[in-house]
Write a protein that binds this ligand. Structure first.
Ligand code: PMP
Length: 377
């Protein structure tokens, strides 16, 4: 069969390649995964089971169940986000689907889209599948991986149609402070960019509150916010996320969604509804655990003399490994049976770093850190 050029030009995921190496070995401790080690809250799981018992196995409205959209509208108020459940919220199969819809809805062939790097691995392929081209905007440890006006200008982002940002960030764990966020907003306004803001880790912010770029002056009308249930509610396998955007943009994404997905998984929508109704305490508990582990892992890296800026969100730290990160990760796996992800997988600015996920139990984390220390020594 002829494979489309658009697909052939996108290389396979570098993370996958690394996991395949890890899978060949037994007894590996993996700090490589990008998902919570917790299960979804019990109440959410029960609601999913109940819905199945009641025979709720049909499609829902294209945009998602209305009561879920109303609950999402309430939920995002905690970040000052104010969206109409009927016109401005689209429930999707994970934030992943929302990202893909946005690329296809807002990018024409030949358009350029600016992307901060290092960042989550799906955006650049999403741009390319839509026929667009990425403009990579480096962020560095000097600014704690925060985007700046100058970095955007120097990378040529002024020419782009859209800008993708992700804070709290995967893979660095970086958050963005208000001053830097204002710079990014100013740049977007000055150059009339649509901003695609992936805020899936908003609920996992450990130092201060998350601020959404959509709440800054002049930004709501040019921003699409992505969020979902995978991280905050440990529901990765249920595949449920959502997009928040002004009516016209929501309609455009729904135009694609109604043909390609019809509706997000129904069972997962029932689980999400209950998660929003009764699982706040579970989120607080998971966040507290993650924060404890975050501080532990950071202190261990510093004790072994590896530079590591203080990641304040998500569940990753991004230490410098001083040299070839792929070689470091392969040797660490080979000699100590610990899997981490080489930073260069996440774009140029990631080279010389490792993405270390602390979404593992404390006992496992301790053992892994002991082994990394032995390796470094
Ligand atoms: N965005 C980021 C930044 C992520 O890290 C992930 C999951 N690794 C996703 C989106 C995808 O989330 P979902 O499970 O909701 O599709």
């Amino acid at each position: 069969m002829k494979i489309a050029d658009r697909v052939q030009q996108v290389p396979p995921s570098g993370i996958r390649r690394f996991f395949e190496l890890a899978e060949e070995k037994e007894e590996v401790i993996s700090l490589g995964v990008g998902e919570p080690d917790f299960s979804a809250p019990w109440a959410a799981r029960t609601a999913a089971i109940d819905s199945l018992e009641r025979g709720k196995t049909s499609y829902t409205a294209n945009k998602g169940m209305r009561n879920l959209r109303v609950s999402i509208a309430d939920y995002v108020q905690q970040w000052g986000l104010d969206y109409d459940p009927d016109e401005e919220i689209l429930v999707t199969a994970g934030a992943s689907e929302a990202v893909d819809l946005a690329m296809r809805a807002f990018v024409d062939p030949g358009d350029t889209v600016a992307v901060q790097e290092p960042t989550y691995i799906s955006y650049v392929p999403g741009i390319q599948f839509a026929g667009g081209e990425p403009i990579r905007v480096p962020t560095t440890p000097e600014t704690e991986f925060q985007l700046t006006y100058d970095a955007l200008r120097d990378a040529g982002a002024a020419e782009a149609e859209a800008l993708v940002i992700c804070y709290p960030n995967n893979p660095t764990g970086a958050t963005i402070d208000d001053a830097h966020l204002r710079e990014v907003a100013e740049f977007a306004r000055d150059h009339d960019l649509t901003v695609l803001s992936d805020e899936i880790y908003a609920a996992l912010t450990y130092d201060g509150d998350h601020t959404s770029i959509a709440t800054l002056p002049g930004m709501r009308e040019r921003t699409v916010v992505f969020n979902g249930f995978s991280k905050a509610y440990a529901m990765t396998g249920l595949r449920l996320g959502f997009a928040l955007a002004p009516p016209e943009a929501t309609q455009a994404m729904n135009r694609i969604h109604q043909y390609t997905m019809l509706s997000a998984p129904t069972t997962a929508q029932y689980a999400a509804l209950e998660a929003l109704r009764s699982c706040d305490d579970d989120v607080v508990e998971m966040r507290t655990q993650f924060d404890r582990r975050r501080r532990y892992v950071l202190s261990r890296f510093r004790e072994m003399g590896m530079d590591c800026f203080e990641a304040k969100g998500a569940f990753y730290v991004f230490p410098e490994c001083g040299g070839d990160d792929e070689q470091f990760a392969e040797d660490l796996l080979e000699s100590q049976d610990v899997a981490v992800v080489p930073g260069s997988v996440f774009g140029d600015g990631g080279a010389g770093h490792l993405r270390v996920s602390y979404a593992s139990g404390m006992a496992e984390l301790k053992e892994a850190m002991n082994r990394i220390e032995a390796f470094v020594e």
